[in-house]
Design a binder for this molecule. Structure first.
Ligand code: 5AD
Length: 436
């Protein structure tokens, strides 16, 4: 049987990138960058904010014409928008052949067969999947970094968030499966793995907790770095901090979304911690690892956020001094508590939220730039990942603190851990000189 050619478009988070790689392996397909050459087109979608969700839908619309010209072409939608709208997508888009939720990836090959045999248009969005982690992701030869999923779904109930609706409740992956995948990747030359999960540090299974998992992975020979994302503030335990500090392979970086600096808004968001609790957690991490880099996610304009609440977010950003942060304008999502607040009239005017977002991002830019400039003159260990995007005589990699470093060098260094002297600190990256 000839292998299928797959055109795959991916939106959203690391979990979606990982799932796209699993989709590729599930189908054993070869990838094309040109949809006109494809037997199967899949758009792997993101529903986190309305904009992402609309982008996915309009992207799907682009393949209508192709399907008319080639009725044999299979067009599918996967990921969080698929899960969110399910059946409705099939009704609204006559050119669509299937809808596949994020938990259902292992069933994809069977689905494709069914479409070809029966000309059916299946919607597969059940969470009741026996082996949700079946099917390893495709890994590109020579790529020194990889994601390893340790958890699917989420048990938290943040008022703004659609993730529990579209990815189901938390399922933790057994430690043997995690180490087996890590070993397979190491054998392929991977030096750095990033453990991924919605609240990655909530991972626990039988008697093991997240800190124990870090220690187990820390023993793997050939692995040089361990990262993980995204952490949930309330689940930072003493044991986790100790494991981070004591396992040398664990990178000195944590992505710890705070979402707001106002206790009132944190309560409305149902984040289950206060501002001072968050600051204490960061302090505990810094006490154990003084150089740890901390990054965050922040939402502005959540329903009920006043100017004073927003000022508290600004002051928190200054107080913690995030190395970087991603910030977003609140976007109401169907079926969430936040959506109810929004509809009951507590909403923040769009232009107000937009203006707050710009102020916040400007402030963060200043902090990040200052921190990057502090690195100038320092020597940093960099895992070389790839040629720089705009100049192939330059290389790009990251420090353990997750700072991007670009420096002139030959591509033979890709996959190596090298020392680089930092010569410039820019807004989002460092520049340097290879030392050797
Ligand atoms: N509106 C805006 N931002 C959101 N996020 C999650 N849900 C929403 C929403 N409804 C942000 C949070 C989260 C990041 C991945 O996306 O900051 O940490």
């Amino acid at each position: 049987m000839k292998t299928d050619t797959l055109y795959l478009e991916t939106y959203g988070c690391q979990m979606n990138e990982y799932d796209s790689d699993r989709i590729q392996n599930a189908l054993g397909a070869s990838i094309t960058k040109n949809p006109k050459e494809a037997d199967i087109v899949i758009v792997n979608t993101c529903a986190i904010r309305e904009k992402a969700d609309q982008k996915a839908l309009s992207s799907l619309g682009r393949f209508k014409h192709l399907k008319t010209k080639n009725p044999e072409l299979i067009v599918g939608v996967s990921g969080c928008v698929a899960q969110l709208y399910g059946e409705e997508l099939i009704r609204r888009m006559p050119h669509l052949d299937f809808v596949l939720g994020p938990r259902a990836i292992p069933g994809l090959p069977r689905l494709i067969e069914e479409i070809r045999e029966k000309k059916s248009r299946p919607v597969e969005t059940s969470f009741d999947v026996e082996e949700p982690f079946d099917v390893l992701p495709y890994h590109e030869e020579g790529k020194p970094t990889a994601f390893v999923s340790i958890q699917q779904g989420c048990n938290k109930k943040c008022a703004y968030c659609i993730v529990p609706t579209v990815r189901g409740s938390e399922v933790n992956r057994p430690v043997e499966d995690i180490t087996a995948e890590a070993r397979y990747l190491i054998a392929k030359g991977v030096k750095e793995i990033t453990l991924i999960g919605q609240t990655v540090n909530s991972w626990k299974l039988e008697r093991l907790k997240f800190g124990d998992l870090l220690r187990v992975l820390g023993e793997l020979e050939g692995l040089e770095r361990i990262r993980f994302t995204t952490s949930y503030p309330r689940d930072i335990t003493k044991k986790m901090v100790e494991a981070m500090a004591e396992v040398p392979k664990v990178c000195r970086h944590i992505h710890l979304p705070v979402q707001s600096g106002s206790d009132k808004v944190l309560r409305l968001m149902n984040r289950t911690y206060t501002r001072s609790w968050y600051v204490d957690s960061v302090n505990r991490l810094r006490d154990a690892m003084p150089d740890i880099a901390v990054s965050s996610d922040i939402i502005v304009g959540f329903p009920g956020e006043t100017e004073d609440d927003f000022e508290q977010t600004m002051s928190l950003v200054g107080e913690v001094g995030f190395d970087s942060s991603f910030s977003f304008k609140y976007s109401p999502r169907p079926g969430t508590v936040g959506n109810e607040l929004w509809r009951s009239g507590e909403r923040v005017e769009d232009h107000t939220a937009g203006e707050r977002l710009s102020r916040l991002q400007e402030y963060q830019r200043e902090i990040t730039r200052a921190k990057n400039m502090e690195r100038v003159g320092e020597s940093e260990q960099v895992l070389v990942e790839e040629e720089s995007r705009n100049d192939s005589s330059w290389l790009s990699g990251r420090t353990e603190h997750n700072r991007i470093v670009n420096f002139p060098g030959k591509k033979e260094l890709i996959g190596e851990m090298v020392d680089v002297e930092v010569t410039e600190g820019l807004a989002n990256s460092l520049r340097g000189q290879y030392l050797n």
